[in-house]
Structure formats: structure tokens, C-alpha cells
Design a protein around this ligand. Structure first.
Ligand code: SF4
Ligand code: SF4
Length: 316
């Protein structure tokens, strides 16, 4: 029978942010999940060890925690796999990141639920209600299938770099739900949703680190949803209000006109006022050959690049 050691963060509200860590040892069968290990430790060794869980089947999303620094669903993680990955070291267990701990592995989820509610995660159809139901094709549902799989476990939120820098960022899960409804052909609020999600702390504040895609246990790929929301913001014409959106637009224009990135366009598009103040400096840089020419250079096969961009647009 294998024996495993666990190094678990014990947060006690009255002992400050670092509290203490506790080592536990457990003898167990080969198919023990991390959640079952924690529950056995709680049952057999220390009844004060606090963990949140419900279904044990990767459906409720309650047992997300960090195992050796990576956010996982405890009920989906096998202890023997974790040991194989960490070279047989004690499995280090921590609460999920970007949340305030309340007790041991339990965190305050309120900010997560507030942001979830802020994206209006429900259908708001236009026009009178049909006699029976709103029929939607399989193909149309396929477009929002990934986002519909979200179980709100907050694993993505725990790993999000933007949130670590800006706690007001709405976060990957809420934005994935935003696309789940903005992309639903039964919804009548596409334009308003594009405005809502494109504001401060929204779509354009994502740093594209991709950790949310990497750690999501259900294959939702929230970063992809954010990308699609950016596309909706462009098609709905609400992309000029935010510097991040203007930055993305400069990329697009640059690719369309020259077939490659023209860095000199980025600053005036992204921040027109600041770029005027920086103009003398930019001119000095240009005169010394330290900045690329603002006149767009065209690549030889511009037609091919345009075709490629058209194909990508149609695929999305
Ligand atoms: S997007 Fe994935 S990681 Fe984020 S809350 Fe939903 S299921 Fe969890
Ligand atoms: S890709 Fe964006 S939303 Fe996803 S974790 Fe990184 S910063 Fe957060």
C-alpha cells in the first residue's frame, strides 16, 4: 500500500495571512483522489481541517484548490499522479489564488459571484415570447458549446495574471459566460453586452497569458471566449472606447494595409493624446534611424495575407 505525505496550508483567521502549514501522512490504495485524501485526513487525523466540496464528480466545482502550485479540482486529481509529477515529494496543498482565505482551503467566493452576476449570465431575448419555445439549431449551439460547459469552479480565476494585478478585472469565467450569451442567437442584447464587457476591467484588460485555458478542468478555454468577445466588440462598433481595443485595432489595420505589424502605428492609435506629447521624441528617434518608418511597408504577398485573414474571420 502506498504512503503519501501532504503539506497543507492551514489558514486561521486569528493568526494572520501566513498562519501555518501542517504535514500529514496517509497510507492508502492506489486510486485515491486528492479530495478523498483530504477528507480522510479530516476524518481520521484532524477534524478541524476545512475544505469545501459537494459532488465528488467534477460537476459542482466546489473543491478547486492548488496542488503543488497548480489549480486543480481535488476530486479529479489522483494522489499517485501528483506524486509522479513532483518526484515523490509531499503533495503541497493550498487554497485557490486571487481569493481571500477564510479557513484552511476555504476562500471567500463573493467577488467571483458578484462578477459572474455583473455579466448578466442569462438570456435576454428581443421581441414577443413565442407560443411554445425559441428553437435554435445544433450548429448555432455548437458555437457556444465550450462556454456552456463551465461549472464555475474558479480554477481559471485562481490562475489569472490580470486579476493578480487588478482585482477589479471581471475575470475569465465571467467573460466566458458573457460569450455564452452574447454568442447565443436567441439573445437580443449583443450590442449592449459588447459595451458592458468592453469597459474598464473587461475584455481588453486580459493579458493573454493563457493560464485560464491551461488550468480549466472542463475544456471551456475562457481566453478563447474573451477573444471572441473582442471580435463581437469590433463587429458591434464599440471598440474605440478602450485603449486595449484600439491597440488590437492598430494590429488589424497594420496587417490589412501592409501585411505585417507597423509598430509606429501602435502608439498613436492606442493613446492619441500621449502620442502627441511624445511627438518630438519620436521624431528624434526617426531621424537617428532608431524607430521604424511610419509609412506602411507592404510585404510581397499581401494578397495571400489578406486571404488568410479572410479565412480566419470566416472560421471564427
Ligand atoms: S471556465 Fe473552466 S476553470 Fe473557469 S470556472 Fe469555468 S469550468 Fe472552472
Ligand atoms: S488569458 Fe487573460 S483571462 Fe486568462 S488567465 Fe490570462 S489574463 Fe486571465
Amino acid at each position: 500500500m502506498p504512503t503519501s505525505t501532504f503539506d497543507i496550508f492551514r489558514f486561521q483567521p486569528d493568526q494572520g495571512p501566513d498562519s501555518y502549514r501542517q504535514a500529514f501522512t496517509l497510507e492508502h490504495g492506489t486510486d485515491l483522489t486528492l479530495l478523498d485524501a483530504i477528507l480522510r485526513l479530516q476524518d481520521e487525523q484532524d477534524g478541524t481541517l476545512a475544505v469545501r466540496y459537494s459532488c465528488r464528480s467534477a460537476i459542482c466545482g466546489s473543491c478547486a484548490c492548488k496542488a503543488d502550485g497548480k489549480t486543480v479540482l481535488a476530486c479529479m486529481s489522483q494522489v499517485e499522479d501528483l506524486k509522479a509529477q513532483n518526484g515523490g515529494q509531499p503533495v503541497r496543498v493550498d487554497p485557490i489564488g486571487n481569493f481571500r482565505p477564510l479557513k484552511d482551503l476555504i476562500v471567500d467566493m463573493d467577488p467571483f459571484w458578484d462578477k459572474f452576476k455583473s455579466v448578466k449570465p442569462y438570456l435576454i431575448p428581443d421581441g414577443p415570447a413565442p407560443e411554445k419555445e425559441r428553437i435554435v439549431s445544433k450548429e448555432a449551439m455548437q458555437k457556444i458549446y465550450n462556454e456552456s460547459k463551465c461549472i464555475l469552479c474558479a480554477a481559471c480565476y485562481s490562475e489569472c495574471n490580470s486579476l493578480a494585478a487588478d482585482p477589479e478585472f471581471v475575470g475569465p469565467a465571467a467573460l466566458a459566460w458573457g460569450f455564452r450569451f452574447a454568442g447565443d442567437e436567441r439573445d437580443g442584447q449583443r450590442h449592449n453586452r459588447a459595451k458592458l464587457y468592453s469597459g474598464e476591467h473587461g475584455v481588453w484588460d486580459c493579458t493573454r497569458c493563457m493560464y485560464c485555458n491551461e488550468r480549466c478542468p472542463k475544456g471551456v478555454d475562457p481566453r478563447d471566449a474573451i477573444e471572441k468577445l473582442g471580435g463581437i466588440a469590433f463587429s458591434e462598433g464599440v471598440s474605440w472606447a478602450d485603449a486595449g481595443a484600439r491597440h488590437a485595432k492598430a494590429f488589424l489595420i497594420s496587417m490589412r494595409t501592409g501585411g505585417k505589424l507597423n509598430e509606429t502605428l501602435l502608439v498613436p492609435f492606442t493613446n492619441p493624446i500621449k502620442s502627441q506629447l511624445d511627438l518630438p521624441f519620436a521624431l528624434r528617434m526617426l531621424s537617428k534611424g532608431k524607430a521604424p518608418s511610419p509609412i506602411p511597408h507592404k510585404v510581397k504577398n499581401l494578397g495571400e495575407v489578406k486571404k488568410l485573414m479572410k479565412n480566419v474571420k470566416e472560421t471564427i
